[in-house]
Design a protein around this ligand. Structure first.
Ligand code: FES
Length: 173
């Protein structure tokens, strides 16, 4: 007898839970829809046009430190001594690159003997005469090259980047 009462009580408890569950589902179906997710920022951005130097201050194989598109993005302005891809100026030999390694962000240094930027982290190397093409190492993308423009006074402006700069979802914060 006692046992039957327990079974009956359990059955009632189960049914009550079921009714409450159905009521919960019904209530949920009339609640307002969840707010839409915020849009994800795209990598395509409007770049600033920043003066980064002047032609008269450049010497072949002597990189000049710059920052583009903002102070948190170090790079170099470099005169290579022969016309190259993306090169500007009367000789088509002035280029600019990020110096943050695309692998893990170590700072790159210029090696004039073979015109490469080299990483002390895991030894990736990038060809400054060929648009920052990776020639060796762990990185999985070429080095970010900055687009340049030169005005009549020889002032050099950076106006874009051809790859994502290390550590960013877009190249302008
Ligand atoms: Fe440059 Fe790893 S951080 S190769």
């Amino acid at each position: 007898m006692k046992c039957n009462r327990l079974v009956d009580a359990g059955r009632r408890q189960f049914l009550r839970g079921g009714v409450l569950g159905v009521a919960g589902v019904a209530a949920a179906s009339v609640l307002p829809a969840a707010p839409a997710k915020a849009e994800i920022a795209l990598a395509r951005v409007a770049y600033p046009s920043n003066r980064v130097g002047n032609l008269k201050d450049l010497k072949v194989d002597e990189p000049v430190d710059i920052a583009y598109p903002d102070d948190n993005s170090p790079g170099i302005l470099l005169k290579l001594g022969k016309p190259v891809e993306g090169g500007v100026g009367p000789d088509g030999d002035v280029v600019a690159y990020s110096v943050l390694c695309p692998h893990k962000g170590f700072p790159l240094s210029y090696h004039a003997a073979d015109k490469t930027l080299n990483c002390p982290g895991h030894y990736s190397r990038f060809d400054t005469e060929n648009g920052g093409q990776q020639v060796w190492g762990h990185a999985t993308q070429n080095l970010t090259q900055f687009e340049l423009r030169v005005d009549d006074a020889g002032d050099i402006f950076a106006e874009g980047a051809d790859e994502l700069i290390y550590g960013r979802l877009s190249n302008v914060l």
